[in-house]
Each structure stands twice: as C-alpha cells, then as structure tokens.
Design a protein around this ligand. Structure first.
Ligand code: FAD
Length: 331
C-alpha cells in the first residue's frame, strides 16, 4: 500500500497543493507532502484506491477532480502528445470544412464560434440551441444582447429555440457531411460539428461507495458551507466537482483557499472554520482574440477589456509563469 511517508525522501517541501497535504508544518505537526500521478478509481470513506492498485488513506481528503467537457473544450487524453495529436486532427478537419455547426450556445459554444469566425471569416458557422437565447444562466440580459450583436457582426448564424431530434451519427470534430433534422421540421447542414453542451462532474469513482449518495442528480458532490462533503468531517470537495457554486476556475481557486484554511484549522485545532461565500455572476467570453464581452460585477465590459483579460492569451501567460516553462512547440 502506498503511503505519503513512503514517497517522501529528503527534506520535505511545504505542501504545494491542498489535495496532497495530510499534515501541517508546525510545532506539533510534521508535513507529509508528495505528488502522485495516478487515477483515483474508488473512494471509500477516506480510503482512495488508485488505478495502479495503490491505496491511500489520508487524514484529510480533498476531492478536486473537476469536470469533463466535450472535446475540444477539454480533452481526456492521458498525455500532451496524444492531446496535441487529437487537437491537430480536429484543426485539419476544420480547415477543410466550409460549414461548421456548434450545438450549444453556452460559454464554450460561443467562444468556439467566435474563434472560428475570427480566424476563418469565410466559413459559415451556425450555433444551434434548444433555448430561446444564448448564455443561459444568472447573467444580465445586456450581456446577451452585446454578445448577440457581435455574433451578428461576425456573421454567426444563431438557430435558437431549435430542438434537434437526433445528434449527428458522425463523431464531433471530424470532417463529414452532416444533415440533421430539427423538431420544427427544419434541417441543419454542415461539414463538421462540435458538441458544446453536457458538462459532467468527474465523480464516477464514488459509484458503489459510501459517498455515492452525496451527489446530486447531475453527479456534483454536495458540500456544506465549509466545503466538507455533507455528513463528513475530514473529507472536502471543491471546484467543478462540488455543488457549492458555478463551474469556474476563479471559483475553484477561491474554494481551494477556504479548504486549505479549514484543513489547517482542523489539524491545529485553532480557530473557527471558514465558510464559503458564493461568487456574484461574473464571466468573460471572448469572441476571437479581439472580441467578446463580459460581466465582472459592474455592468457589461467591452471587447477590449475581455481581450486583455482573456481573449488574446487565454490565460496561458499565467500558466507559463505557474509551471515556470513555456509550452513545447507543436510537433
Ligand atoms: C472552454 C472553456 C473556457 C473556460 N473559461 C473560463 C474562464 O474564462 N474563467 C473561469 O473562471 N473558468 C473558465 N472555465 C472553467 C474552468 O476551466 C473550470 O471551472 C476549472 O478548470 C475547474 O477547476 P477544477 O480544479 O475544479 O477542475 P479541473 O480543471 O477539471 O481539474 C480536475 C483535475 O482532476 C483530474 N482528475 C479527474 N478525475 C480524476 C481521477 N479519478 N483521479 C485523479 N485525477 C482526476 C483531471 O485530470 C484534472 O487534472 C472554462 C472552461 C472551458 C471548458
């Protein structure tokens, strides 16, 4: 059985992530920190079984396994080479397509449409959604109106209020003639399609275990105000996996700080537990590197602000700094 202690040699570093912290460097406590690259396949209480067969039994467990989005918003490839290969194949397919269909008018569908139009203005891009408007969620109507204005300017066709009887039989992000019927008797045609709906919490490893019923009907793990899994004292959940708030990186970061504070408070026995406070509805939606709009708490922000904040670099500059390296060049 793997243990944190077994995997540490030499001077112990400060815990770098709460997910790997089981101790606290203090007068009465030793730090036990390590990083393992493996997949949790079962969680039974605080007993975590990994795909390798190793078992971990930490004093405090933080579930932070996030969510799956349909490709290309996220990929489940096991390594960078295969992820790049898959993205490259999708890119080649898109290059050869004249008409792209995106099913789903949420943030990732809108961003994808804007990106395609910004780089390939001659391609016909359609977004279809069963809802009567784009960007369903707790957002100001003025934001939807501004995004729709820009999508119109880019020439993106919106087919809203459109129920699709059956999704295309060809896989998304591949080049193939697509023709699908809509419930109102219409038709959607394209040379490539992308699925931009169906985010799914990564909580399948709870199936059959004692925490299985702590999930809501969509698979999100239910947590209390201290971000502990409901009914648990030493097990936390945060980020996209937890039902505490919306699925956003900024929210996951804020929740990580709350969980770290609470684990520390429990270990040291000092102080009250910190409660998590939900975020106001903020969002940044680029439509290409220079377009888009957002809501950052005080009215709709314009394309130039969104381009600076996200669209021009997609946050890769911050990640480069975090990992102390530039991404390797394309193979
Ligand atoms: C196209 C797109 C644009 C977005 N733009 C924004 C934005 O502008 N601003 C913003 O705030 N948010 C944005 N988001 C949302 C943001 O990416 C997520 O909210 C954020 O990544 C959630 O972080 P997380 O750590 O909870 O989960 P994730 O980022 O999903 O990380 C979970 C990690 O757990 C690992 N994992 C999963 N299952 C297991 C397992 N069984 N065992 C071990 N490891 C496992 C995964 O491999 C992954 O590394 C965007 C998302 C998409 C798809």
């Amino acid at each position: 059985m793997a243990s944190w202690d077994n995997s540490i040699t030499g001077p112990q570093p400060e815990c770098s992530t709460v997910a790997t912290c089981t101790g606290y460097r203090g007068a009465r406590h030793e730090a036990h920190a390590s990083n393992l690259r493996d997949r949790a396949v079962a969680v039974d209480g605080r007993r975590v079984t990994l795909a390798s067969g190793d078992v971990l039994e930490p004093d405090y467990l933080v579930l932070a396994t996030g969510s799956a989005y349909p490709f290309p918003a996220k990929t489940e490839e096991p390594d960078i080479a295969s992820a790049r290969k898959r993205h490259r194949a999708a890119h080649e397919a898109l290059l050869a397509a004249d008409r792209a269909l995106i099913v789903g008018a949420g943030p990732s569908g809108l961003e994808l449409a804007g990106e395609i139009k910004a780089f390939f203005p001659d391609k016909h891009v359609t977004i279809a959604d069963i809802s009567d408007d784009i960007l369903i969620g707790p957002y100001d109507q003025a934001l939807r109106d501004e995004l729709r204005r820009q999508l119109d300017e880019l020439g993106v066709e919106l087919r809203l209020g459109t129920a699709i009887t059956e999704l295309p039989s060809v896989p998304p992000a591949t080049l193939a003639p697509i023709s699908i019927a809509t419930a109102d008797g219409g038709e959607l045609v394209a040379d490539i399609w992308f699925r931009a709906f169906g985010v799914r919490a990564h909580s399948e490893y709870l199936d059959g275990g004692p925490l299985a019923d702590r999930r809501d009907e969509r698979g999100y793990v239910r947590v209390d105000e201290h971000l502990r899994v409901v009914g648990e004292t030493h097990t936390f959940a945060l980020g996209d996996l937890a039902d505490a708030d919306r699925d956003m990186a900024g929210i996951a970061n804020a929740q990580a700080a709350v969980v770290a504070a609470n684990v520390r408070a429990l270990i040291t026995g000092t102080g009250e537990l910190t409660s998590y406070e939900t975020f106001p509805p903020m969002i940044a939606i680029p439509l290409g590197p220079e377009g888009g709009a957002g809501f950052l708490g005080d009215g709709v922000v314009d394309a130039a602000t969104i381009a600076d904040l996200k669209g021009r670099h997609m946050g890769t500059d911050r990640l480069e700094a975090l990992f102390d390296s530039a991404p390797p060049l394309a193979a």
